[in-house]
Design a protein around this ligand. Structure first.
Ligand SMILES: *Cc1c(COP(=O)(O)O)cnc(C)c1O
Length: 423
């Protein structure tokens, strides 16, 4: 695309955007009677307009039927989680038997590590990214301690080279080979929450397997952001949340992927609950856990229908659009943001914005993280005051995510104008 930093260009690009009408499917937060420039869909996605009706439907069915809603509800609660599998499978490139919606993300990371982090005296190390999202750090540390190891010995963190902001795949592969048969697990965020770096999941997964390790991905910032092929990439497990790019509401349900080769292994250690038991005999309420031969075996509890009702509505939009179409727009939209930031940064000597997200579009999702050299928090406060909802990380990084499902080229243009005024 031949970008231009002017209103006419932005409006024309919106006109030509095949996804332009999806913006109307969402509530855009308002400030002073105007749409805000909402660039934090990577933190909390916007509310689909159909969310309320979907939730109301479940409340009505509950009021009308009480417990019989398990079978009588419009979408019977008994098998509620099954209404999600096909959509989730498409979303992450899996078979429908390899995915399920359950629990919260960190809860799921723990449940998955129970199965896929089984350290032995020689093989007990976990390779992860340095400065991982705190919840992931705590989960990894506590898992290591749970097994009686010391996190300082067991957890190996990857860092960028001196003077760089993101981590090179070659460095990950070298570290995996160096750790060799001491490496039990590789667990990294598929898209790093801070830098926006998208990892080469396929290559890293293969390298982990080559030394005999398990490989899992935290897809909190990848699900609904980039197309994936978890099954074909032979990923062992993954988990994500649904409230960021997947627009399913604060704290809403997580999703997991478990490769079918593990699903069919009934001997695999896991923490079990009744909703993971073979569904044909679940209600015999008998002793002896018999796992489903699918990712559903990792479920503990019956489905939280109220939270999931909103997730269903949101996934309908992803089903309609498809990740490949979404990605096409994301490449243009994020490219436009990058272009505008560079234009502004190059326009004045006193301004230096460094984009720390990879410049190669194949190595990022829709988020850009900007290091605002010499610009303090006052810049960010100016943006907020003028209706930009972005995210500030100390000491001076601004994270912005134009989300292809509902953000427009005009949003990006307006953002550029406000940023320019601030300087
Ligand atoms: C958002 C996010 C979380 C949040 O965890 P919850 O259990 O959903 O609160 C965890 N890890 C990463 C990488 C995240 O981006």
């Amino acid at each position: 695309m031949d970008y231009q930093f002017n209103e006419a260009f932005a409006k024309k690009a919106d006109e030509l955007d095949p996804l332009k009408n999806y913006r109307n499917e969402f509530f855009i937060p308002q400030r002073e009677g105007q749409d805000t420039i909402y660039f934090t869909g990577n933190s909390l996605g916007l509310q689909p307009r159909k969310a309320k009706d979907a939730l109301q439907q479940e409340l009505d069915d509950w009021a009308r039927y009480g417990v019989e809603g398990h079978f009588e509800a419009k979408k019977p609660w008994f098998a509620y989680h099954e209404f999600f599998t096909d959509s989730l499978a498409k979303l992450v490139g899996a078979k429908s038997t390899e995915v399920v919606a359950m629990n919260g993300l960190t809860t799921n990371l723990h449940l998955l590590m129970v199965s896929f982090y089984q350290p032995t005296k020689n093989r007990f190390k976990i390779l992860c990214e340095g400065k991982a999202f705190p919840s992931d750090q705590y989960a990894l540390e506590s898992q290591v301690r749970f097994h009686g190891y010391n996190p300082a010995d067991a957890i190996v963190e990857l860092f960028p080279r001196e003077g760089e902001h993101t981590i090179r795949t070659e460095d990950v592969l070298a570290k995996i080979n160096e750790l060799g048969d001491t490496l039990a697990l590789v667990m990294i965020g598929g898209v790093n929450y801070y830098t926006g770096q998208l990892w080469d999941m396929k290559t890293i997964t293969k390298a982990g397997h080559d030394v005999g390790a398990m490989v899992g991905w935290d897809l909190a910032h990848a699900a609904g952001n980039i197309p994936m092929q978890l099954h074909d990439w032979d990923v062992d497990f993954a988990a994500w949340c649904s409230y960021k790019y997947l627009n399913s509401g604060p704290g809403s349900i997580s999703g997991i992927f478990i490769h079918e080769k593990h699903c069919q292994n009934k001997e695999l250690v896991r923490f079990a609950g009744w909703w993971g038991h073979d569904k044909d005999t679940r209600f015999l309420m008998e002793k002896g856990f018999n796992p489903m031969p699918t990712a559903e075996a990792w479920q503990l509890s019956n489905a939280p229908v109220l939270a999931m009702a909103v997730h269903r509505v949101s996934l309908d939009l992803f089903d309609e659009v498809g990740m490949n179409t979404l990605r096409k727009k994301a490449l243009k939209l994020t490219g436009y943001l990058e272009f505008i930031i560079d234009e502004i940064s190059n326009s004045k000597d006193s301004v230096n914005f460094e984009i720390i997200t990879p410049r190669n579009p194949d190595e990022r999702g829709c988020q850009l993280s900007i290091l605002a050299h010499g610009q303090g928090k006052s810049l960010f406060d100016h943006l907020t005051k003028h209706g930009v909802i972005a995210d500030w990380r100390e000491p001076n990084v601004i994270r912005i995510a134009p989300v292809p499902m509902y953000n427009s080229f005009y949003d990006v243009y307006r953002f550029g104008k406000i940023l320019e005024q601030a300087l």
